[in-house]
Design a protein around this ligand. Sequence first.
Ligand code: 5CA
Ligand code: ZN
Length: 417
Amino acid sequence: MEAWTGREPTRLPDPQGPRAPLRLFDTAAGRVRATQPGPTARMYVCGITPYDATHLGHAATYVAFDLVHRAWLDLGHAVHYVQNVTDVDDPLLERAVATGRDWRELARAETALFAEDMAALDVLPPQDYIGAVESIPSVVGWVRRLEAAGAVYQVDEDRYFDAAGAPGFGSVANLPEAAMRAIFAERGGDPDRPGKRHPLDPLLWQAERPDEPAWDTELGHGRPGWHIECTAIALDHLGMAFDVQGGGSDLAFPHHEMCAAQARVATGRAPFAQHFVHTGMVGYDGHKMSKSRGNLVFVSALRRDGVPPAAIRLALLAHHYRSDWEWTDADLAGATSRLERWRAALALPEGPAAAPVLESVRAALADDLDAPAALAAVDAWVAAALASPGSPTSALDRGAPGEVATALATLLGVHCS
Ligand code: 5CA
Ligand code: ZN
């Protein structure tokens, strides 16, 4: 699939001392650990299921991983970023039926709108942007490898992965069995289907259902299960032991647990990813913002109302990526006035030196993406710049506003001009 295009980040000046690595909370380890990429950092972030427009919860998640992308680039790594689009799955097919639309046309329209929203929010694009439908031949190949490893069984014509029998199953989300069962049922699983070896085993391949799309393959006429889609795409494009597997906290279980277990069994190697990184859930009106509940604030609607995308981005960055938070009108009002202050300071002919604020922003982001601390450091520079007219010119730097503007665009993806 074609991803959107992004504005190329600028190379920023190196600091005096050694560079701190990017540290991120790893769900599997339960603590913050340094990322240690090679010359090319490798990241897989789960993409959308395109049956509705991008809401602020999605945007918060993709902006958080965009900070990872930008931090690695700033540290001098190349970044190989892969993202999928779940362009065939139950919720998409159900929405298409409910609205009388062709499922392909619905997926195409919502994928295009997502790309527009991501470009507007200055989220850097993935190099590989891969749909589930185009991955079907690859999925078939990976299911075959799981079969060769003896990890697949059939219930009627459907194929299941023997997850419960996989070594290390449970090591990503680290949840007790009872919690796994409850969540599995909520998030697309079928724990109660008779004939399964274990309630938590996920579907790998689903034989054709009436009125649903299906593809003719060696596995029969059907379509892939959800988790194997991301296992296949990540392994095809990144291989094992890539640096970060990312998504919202609702994906830790079962999705990332299953993806990792399938990959370990299919390849005989471990780990699937070095870090499993999860963003908090954005809520609205008392509940997690979700397409199924319908309590949504859309990025495209805010843009249509004339809200500058940089203000939306600032509103998202004002919350730490791991916290669950609730969107209110005050978020937007605060971000809009912050953007105005920043723009006013950056338009001044001179300001306090840029190097200290650049270092503060870098340090905050390296510390598990502490964007709120980064914004506070910029606020302090902005306040000093706005207070500075009349102070002795020797304390001010003529190049500083331009240098700070470049640093903000590069590290935070906030373009103020
Ligand atoms: N296609 C699958 C992943 S393979 C999927 O979960 N799609 S999605 O459209 O439902 O979600 C896309 C991304 O947005 C996921 O990482 C999900 O965890 C995240 N997300 C969904 N709702 C929220 C929310 N309210 N707050 C934060 N992130 C969210
Ligand atoms: Zn996924």
